[in-house]
Design a protein around this ligand. Structure first.
Ligand code: MLT
Ligand code: ZN
Length: 559
């Protein structure tokens, strides 16, 4: 197969093959987009409303509608005690540091300081907490939970607050237990690759630490600069390299967690094999903090690959995306580390909102980002080049580029990682994170777009609530992110979307939450993905470990 001049191969292969190429120097490196997990997120406010409404203007975090007003059917359980200044003083005495407690109950001046802990980064949810506490040891978490359990004080655990389903912020006045001060790397074993660290270590900090030891954290996300590894484990975050390394369920070897009554479950095992009965740590992975707070993890970290290549290409149909993926598995097998999907609309809006040029010319209905990670540059480059020649020669791929250094690779990744943030540009986003059989994955985007268009809700001007319907995600994991960027939240849109999306997914035995968790938003719909029996068993686990239910968000109870 002749090599297509439209692809720019990596530098080494270029020297070897002496073929005509298109260079990628035109790619302008941009600062990597980070989810800030704070009120400085650049996306416009997400303003859910039961009444719908037209909320076009900007709101500060303080102006976000309270979750308790946006979702009036969520009721505070009257069994909980009202927070008092005596309670607050108990926490101050325990933590003994001014910076470890933010208290707006006895200190009116703290009202602004507490807001970033009440609101999520999308500005979609806002609670009423008056107390944020930041323990720095497992022992302190244990004492706190025991105290809260004994005094009927509700709590919400919080990591980097980068979640997408409203699980890390209070709804009412729950005490926020923020893990950010528990940020020590406890140990790393270079022979086994096992890292033991506090839950509050930021993912990127852990990964940078591991980079110095030639290892890699087996999870990567757009939010890496803000999210915390304890939160990643608690939500079983999937991310960009699940295809290669598997989920948190596969990599976490041990967990230290504090149960709601203050009992410390010390299962910080460093064993890969431990066949001694129930694997209780798995209940905490993806448990979203409902049965206890993770304070430390032990995780198996792979060797860092010295040879990383990233290719970004355009394709004319979703069928071609699947063909490109099949070929990638066949030809790149053991070095394939990511295969991501971005539809043409996400890339068009990314260019528009960011005011940036895309890596390749022209408009393509679909784009893919492929990454290889291996141990031998020559071998990997040759394999990738053979793959690219094949997919170009067979007409599977229309055009593409390959990054030639780490900066260009990061720039190509930013075309994928930057999507989440830019979709908030027009006001808000309806977000669905779905597992669907790969073959049918994109049909849902088309059908949703047709449905909303037929209902007259999609358009270019302000008279239409919906800007567009877009799809992106992790092809390799059959995980679609169906997103509907909107100018305002509107009941008419919601009626078209739900239960349609959930029914569509359930019909295909998919999951209504592939990697984001249930949180506040998806919890009422668990029945679309789990049977009554399974929900009942989950509720029994919750009741067993948190009988008082001080850690809110009890899985399985419709809100
Ligand atoms: C992603 O894959 O980019 C994240 O899961 C976030 C999102 O769904 O927007
Ligand atoms: Zn994702």
């Amino acid at each position: 197969m002749a090599f297509s001049p439209r692809f720019a191969p990596v530098a080494r292969s270029l020297r070897n093959c002496q073929r005509p190429v298109k260079y990628v120097q035109r790619i302008r490196p941009v600062a990597q987009i980070r989810w800030t997990g704070s009120t400085s997120a650049t996306s416009e406010p997400f303003q859910p409303s039961d009444e719908g409404g037209t909320k076009g203007q900007s709101y500060s975090a303080k102006e976000i509608k309270f979750t308790s007003e946006a979702y009036p059917h969520i009721k505070k359980d009257p069994k909980f005690t009202q927070l008092s200044t005596e309670h607050v003083q108990w926490f101050k005495d325990l933590l003994g540091s001014e910076s470890a407690v933010i208290d707006s109950l006895s200190n009116n001046n703290a009202a602004d300081d507490i807001e970033p802990y009440n609101a999520d980064w999308m500005r979609k949810f806002r609670g009423h907490t008056k107390l944020v506490v930041k323990p720095e040891s497992t022992e302190q978490v244990s004492k706190m939970l025991k105290y809260c359990n004994d005094n009927m004080l509700a709590v919400v655990p919080q990591g980097g607050n980068t979640g997408l389903v409203g699980g890390s912020v209070p709804v009412f006045d729950e005490i926020v237990i923020n893990l950010s001060r528990m940020n020590n790397i406890r140990s790393f074993d270079e022979v086994s690759g096992i890292l033991v660290a506090d839950a509050g270590v930021i993912l990127e900090v852990a990964d940078n630490f591991l980079a110095e030891k030639n290892h890699i954290f087996p999870l990567d996300l757009g939010a890496k600069g803000s999210c915390q590894i304890g939160g990643n484990v608690a939500t079983n975050a999937g991310g960009l390299r699940l295809l290669r390394y598997g989920s948190m369920h596969a990599n976490v070897l041990g967990i230290e967690a504090v149960m709601p009554d203050g009992t410390v479950m010390d299962d910080l095992s460093k064993l890969r094999k431990n066949n001694t009965g129930y694997d209780l740590k798995q209940l905490f992975i993806g448990g979203e903090g409902t049965i206890g707070i993770i304070t430390g993890i032990s995780i198996l970290c792979p060797q860092r690959s010295p040879a990383v290549n990233v290719a970004y290409f355009g394709l004319e149909s979703y069928n071609k995306v699947q063909q490109a993926f099949i070929e990638a598995k066949k030809q790149l097998s053991e070095i394939l580390s990511a295969f991501e999907l971005m539809d043409g609309k996400t890339q068009k809006y990314l260019a528009q909102v960011k005011g940036r040029k895309l890596p390749i010319e022209g408009e393509h209905p679909f784009y893919c980002l492929l990454e290889t990670s291996g141990s031998n540059t020559d071998h990997d480059s040759e394999k990738l080049q053979t793959y690219l020649e094949h997919v170009m020669g067979e007409g599977i791929v229309e055009d593409g580029v390959v990054g030639q250094d780490a900066t260009q690779n990061a720039d190509l990744w930013s075309c994928r990682e930057g999507i989440t943030e830019i979709l908030g540009h027009w006001g808000g986003v309806y977000k669905y994170d779905l597992s669907i059989p790969i073959g049918e994955m994109y049909d849902l985007v088309n059908e949703t777009r047709d449905k909303l268009t037929k209902a007259g809700l999609v358009g270019d001007d302000d008279s239409h609530p919906v800007v567009d319907v877009v799809g992106y995600g992790h092809v390799g994991d059959a995980n679609l992110h169906l997103n509907i960027p909107t100018r305002r939240f509107d009941k008419a849109v919601e009626r078209e979307l739900e239960p349609f999306v959930y029914e569509w997914v359930a019909k295909r035995n998919g999951s209504i939450s592939a990697e984001h968790g249930l949180g506040i938003t998806k919890k009422p719909y668990i029945g679309y993905s789990k049977s009554d029996t399974m929900v009942k068993l989950m509720k029994q686990i919750k009741e067993l470990y948190d009988p008082v239910s001080i850690v809110l968000l009890d899985v399985g109870t419709p809100i």
